[in-house]
Design a binder for this molecule. Structure first.
Ligand SMILES: *[C@@H]1O[C@H](CO)[C@@H](O)[C@H](O)[C@H]1NC(C)=O
Ligand SMILES: *[C@@H]1O[C@H](CO)[C@@H](O)[C@H](O)[C@H]1NC(C)=O
Ligand SMILES: *[C@@H]1O[C@H](CO)[C@@H](O)[C@H](O)[C@H]1NC(C)=O
Ligand SMILES: *[C@@H]1O[C@H](CO)[C@@H](O)[C@H](O)[C@H]1NC(C)=O
Ligand SMILES: *[C@@H]1O[C@H](CO)[C@@H](O)[C@H](O)[C@H]1NC(C)=O
Length: 239
């Protein structure tokens, strides 16, 4: 008898759990995709934020509770979750490093960390965000080389990595950025030859490569580019 009596509350507990799951399932249309919420937590964990500019990043939902620097799409897509459109953390005295989890923000169009003190390298995982249009990382302390993967972003319009400490060569894969208009890479430690393949880029308007450590020849093809208006490559080291 005792066993039967105890089984009664167990059943209603299961019932209650089921209802809770149904309710959560029905309400998720108003929430940010869990993968992106987790990614944001991880991104914050890799940053140092002495002025606590990201202090509201533990309250409620990123998209619906207006987390600082987080901007989402207003429409709810077919998966029923909200997605980040923009992460803009410019000028916030932030240091620390960029988490590879940035690559999980799979619907992002704008990634902006301009004018902070971020160190470490640019995560290659950013190359997975195929929706990305603006990659704005200028005015930081970034080191390491440019990941080849950035060259696989079909919608990239603008890459600003100027005024960092980025080294290594300019990846040839950047010649795949068929929608790129602005390449701002001046004031780094980039070295090696400017890939002549960059002259394939049909929409390039600004190519800024001055104050680096580039060497070799100036590809003559660059003078034949259809859209190019400004080209700064001075201080090229001719070996
Ligand atoms: C950044 O640091 C400067 C100088 O310490 C301070 O005046 C400014 O208010 C800070 N800005 C933010 C957004 O934290
Ligand atoms: C970056 O760090 C340097 C040295 O620690 C400091 O002088 C500068 O104000 C910082 N800049 C920003 C934007 O946080
Ligand atoms: C991208 O660039 C690499 C290196 O130049 C090249 O091998 C590859 O075929 C390119 N991919 C596309 C899709 O253009
Ligand atoms: C860029 O580098 C040059 C040469 O090192 C330097 O004179 C200039 O101040 C730098 N510009 C900026 C905005 O940091
Ligand atoms: C430029 O390259 C030379 C030779 O590779 C190296 O010795 C030097 O440290 C580099 N300078 C910068 C600013 O990266």
């Amino acid at each position: 008898m005792g066993v039967l009596e105890r089984s009664q509350p167990t059943l209603s507990l299961i019932e209650c759990l089921c209802w809770c799951l149904v309710l959560i399932g029905g309400a998720h249309s108003q929430l940010t995709h869990p993968t992106e919420v987790n990614a944001l937590r991880n991104i914050k964990g890799s940053l140092t934020d002495p002025y606590r500019n990201l202090r509201n990043w533990n309250r409620g939902d990123p998209c619906t509770s207006e987390w600082t620097g987080v901007f989402c799409y207003y429409i709810t897509p077919s998966d029923g979750y909200l997605h980040l459109r923009e992460l803009s953390l410019l000028n916030m005295n932030i240091s620390g490093s960029l988490s590879p989890q940035l690559g999980q923000l799979s619907h992002l169009e704008i990634l902006d960390f301009m004018w902070n003190n971020v160190t470490g390298s640019i995560p290659k995982e950013i190359g997975r965000i195929t929706t990305l249009k603006l990659l704005l990382l200028n005015g930081n302390q970034l080191t390491g080389s440019l990941p080849d993967e950035i060259g696989f972003l079909p919608n990239l319009d603008r890459i600003q990595i100027d005024q960092n400490k980025i080294s290594g060569s300019i990846p040839t894969s950047f010649a795949n950025l068929s929608n790129i208009k602005h390449f701002h890479m001046n004031n780094n430690s980039l070295s090696g030859q400017i890939p002549p393949q960059l002259s394939r880029l049909p929409k390039l308007v600004h190519l800024l490569l001055h104050n680096n450590n580039l060497s070799g020849y100036l590809p003559p093809e660059l003078s034949e580019m259809p859209s190019l208006q400004i080209l700064y490559i001075f201080t090229l080291v001719i070996p």
